[in-house]
Write a new protein. Structure first.
Length: 161
């Protein structure tokens, strides 16, 4: 377990640096640190789901398409939230605010639908048990990533100058 934390830290520290440099960007950073985390995530997924070579190729081809489409939807979603913020700050009308909220709700529906469709498509490639393992892995990986980033940030704040 300790070695897993060390590996996470090895991959997370560069991400923290990139994150601090691009703290205004609402989307995750795209760069070498994010790429290393994505590579590590893929390796861990292959280990957890016990993929053979053919299954791995098919899974990650679909996974890459899913991530690209989800990233595009989330980018649009963030733009809608930015627009809502501008409307509120400029004292827009209630109808403008309601319309922006409606569009955000539709965008959130697209995100949920994209995730749901991806999970259904996975059943063509992997077993239902592996789909379940993937869902649990995804949640735990992201939670562990946030926890480690928070721990690193806390250590940095507590470090004497």
């Amino acid at each position: 377990m300790k070695s897993v934390k060390i590996v996470f830290i090895f991959f997370i520290l560069p991400l923290m640096i990139c994150t601090s440099l691009y703290s205004q960007d609402p989307l995750p950073p795209r760069g070498p640190a994010a790429e290393r985390i994505a590579q590590f995530k893929k390796v861990r997924l292959m280990e957890v789901l016990k993929f053979d070579e053919e299954t791995s190729i098919r899974f990650f081809a679909r996974y890459s398409k899913y991530e690209e489409s989800l990233h595009a939807i989330q980018k649009d979603h963030n733009a809608l939230i930015d627009r809502l913020q501008e409307i509120v700050q400029s004292h827009g009308t209630n109808s403008e605010i309601e319309q922006a909220i409606k569009e955000i709700g539709l965008s959130e529906g697209k995100i949920a639908e994209t995730r749901s469709n991806f999970l259904e498509e996975l059943k063509d490639i992997i077993s239902v048990k592996q789909v379940a393992q993937y869902v649990v892995f995804e949640r735990n990986f992201n939670k562990n990533l946030r926890d480690i980033m928070r721990d690193i940030a806390k250590e940095r704040r507590n470090r004497p100058m």
